[in-house]
Design a protein around this ligand. Sequence first.
Ligand SMILES: Cc1cc2nc3c(=O)[nH]c(=O)nc-3n(C[C@H](O)[C@H](O)[C@H](O)COP(=O)(O)O)c2cc1C
Length: 195
Amino acid sequence: MNPVQNIQSDRQQARQLGDSNADVCFLALADADGKASVRTLVLRDINDNRFTLFINKTSPKWKALTDGTGHELLIWYPSMQRQYRISGSLQEVDGEIVGSNWQRRPTGSKYLDYVYEELGNQSSIIDSRKVLTDKINQLKQDQDAENMQSPPMVAGIELVADRIDLLDLNHQDRVHDRRLYIYDGGTWSSQVLIP
Ligand SMILES: Cc1cc2nc3c(=O)[nH]c(=O)nc-3n(C[C@H](O)[C@H](O)[C@H](O)COP(=O)(O)O)c2cc1C
């Protein structure tokens, strides 16, 4: 069985069931000092073994990602009662693809991406919320939303999965089914784990 196809099928059903996790995932990172962090991200796309995320290079998570100090992606669909823990290598998405995807972002998110360029890095401290809202109001006056282009620090990342740990809770008496899928030589193989 191909676990990526299983995720795609679960995701589709989760959407139909109104699962609020259907379009998101959770990215855990470790930095060079071993400090762990985790955040919710929109899971933009799943193609073959590739899971696409959009982030901003001004964020501290970009350094943790590019330093290669440790990452894992988690998907949990409550409506399907299945958790997937995904690991693999990371590749940056081509800038042209990022740029065309960026055009489909909600207008408010576009202005926020401009804020990271002009006010300060994502996740940096500012004096007050007013500093932020003033900046956005100024950007709205200066920039016509229709003509905005993707700023250089917007990035796409693909996690190319080669290891997927599935925990399936759809079994009686809490005897969950847990399987580890490994991608090697062009195919997925699986082993059963104690849940
Ligand atoms: C539902 C949801 C979706 C989110 N999607 C994204 C996303 O696609 N990209 C992103 O950079 N941050 C997204 N965020 C915000 C991140 O969780 C996080 O707060 C932000 O990226 C700052 O993270 P950092 O401290 O690692 O810089 C989302 C948050 C939520 C709750």
